[in-house]
Design a protein. Structure first.
Length: 338
């Protein structure tokens, strides 16, 4: 099971634009949306001692350009379920002054509290000594205080993710049947508010890992039902994504004999053996690995920025069907795209 703090961190990056629209609606007119966001995780970790960073994996720092040409840095801390920290307000202040001291950039900070222990839901850090006073306030969002129906109907993908997480503990203690119906309702909600395919994929990854099924058969059942609802022709499973990707590579290079033969034999002898044989023989046919890796990297970055499949396909000069397969593969294996 993927830790929830990691899932939140990934979702903030995948849906950075929707995150800003949801939490900073009063400031959206100041942002230059034509310029891409720049995520500064490495810069953030340089400022945090390694021992402290262990419990800060949900922190996110990214740069946004404003219309006046200036940079604005957004510091996001997602407080995960049940995590208690008496020194949290001080640590938020440490983040702030370390960023200001080292990079001299203005910072806005928000904390998303997903737990229910209000004792540790700090909003500010205060300090005073002999007539000198310090007060540092940061924005907060307490999930338990929100109306779930309002989150669901917001039309914002990040709001829908928050709505799903709000009832997590309730359904986490129930069986797979209840989880199955709960997830399907959110899939239908995503389609009702008109969320794009790429963002639906991000949310599906989040929902799938945030509240996993206990039995694998429910995962397959859920995927089949989702394909029926979305009228998708391609499976969401990892194995089929790999098979389709191998076929797409072979078709592009005009050398599909090895992979096709390997896949045909593999499907008879077993999926694992077939994939290994197909991959080995396909690669031995001489695919141009360097050129293909560059294409994968471009598709990976374009997809994360929310570009449509048709636009990506036009830029890389590939059929849309092949681009969809490639996007599924790099989403499942993002590190291999780099």
């Amino acid at each position: 099971m993927v830790p929830h703090d990691i899932l939140w961190k990934g979702l903030i990056e995948d849906l950075a634009e929707d995150f800003l629209l949801f939490f900073y609606s009063d400031f959206v007119d100041l942002i230059d949306w034509s310029k891409p966001f720049d995520f500064l995780d490495k810069e953030l970790y340089k400022l945090v001692p390694e021992a402290e960073a262990i419990n800060r994996r949900a922190d996110k720092l990214f740069k946004v350009w404003l219309k006046n040409g200036e940079e604005q840095w957004f510091l996001v801390h997602t407080e995960v379920q049940g995590y208690e920290d008496k020194q949290f307000a001080l640590r938020m202040f440490q983040y702030f002054y370390r960023i200001r001291d080292r990079y001299a950039r203005p910072v806005t900070a928000i904390v998303i509290y997903t737990d229910t222990n209000r004792k540790y839901h700090f909003k500010e850090y205060r300090e005073s000594f002999m007539g000198t006073e310090l007060s540092y306030r940061f924005r907060t969002f307490v999930l338990t205080d929100q109306d779930k129906s309002a989150l669901e109907s917001s039309g914002n993908p990040f709001g829908i993710a928050l709505a799903f997480a709000k009832d997590f503990k309730t359904f986490n203690n129930k069986g797979d049947d209840a989880i199955y119906e709960y997830k399907l309702r959110f899939v239908r909600q995503m389609l009702t508010v008109g969320i794009g395919k790429s963002k639906i994929r991000y949310l599906m990854n989040f929902i799938g890992q945030f509240l996993p099924f206990q039995k694998s058969e429910f995962s397959f059942k859920f995927e089949e039902q989702v394909r029926g609802i979305t009228k998708s022709r391609k499976a969401m499973g990892i194995e089929e994504a790999i098979i389709q990707e191998l076929k797409a590579q072979a078709m592009r290079e005009g050398r599909n004999t090895g992979i096709q033969k390997g896949l045909e034999e593999g499907l008879k002898e077993g999926l694992k053996e077939g994939l290994e044989k197909g991959l080995k023989e396909g690669l031995e046919e001489g695919l141009e690995k360097g050129k293909w890796q560059k294409t994968r990297l471009f598709v990976f970055r374009a997809d994360r920025k929310g570009m449509s499949v048709s636009d990506i396909a036009e830029l890389v000069d590939l059929p849309e069907e092949e681009v969809e397969v490639l996007i599924q593969e790099v989403r499942l294996n993002p590190l291999e795209a780099h």
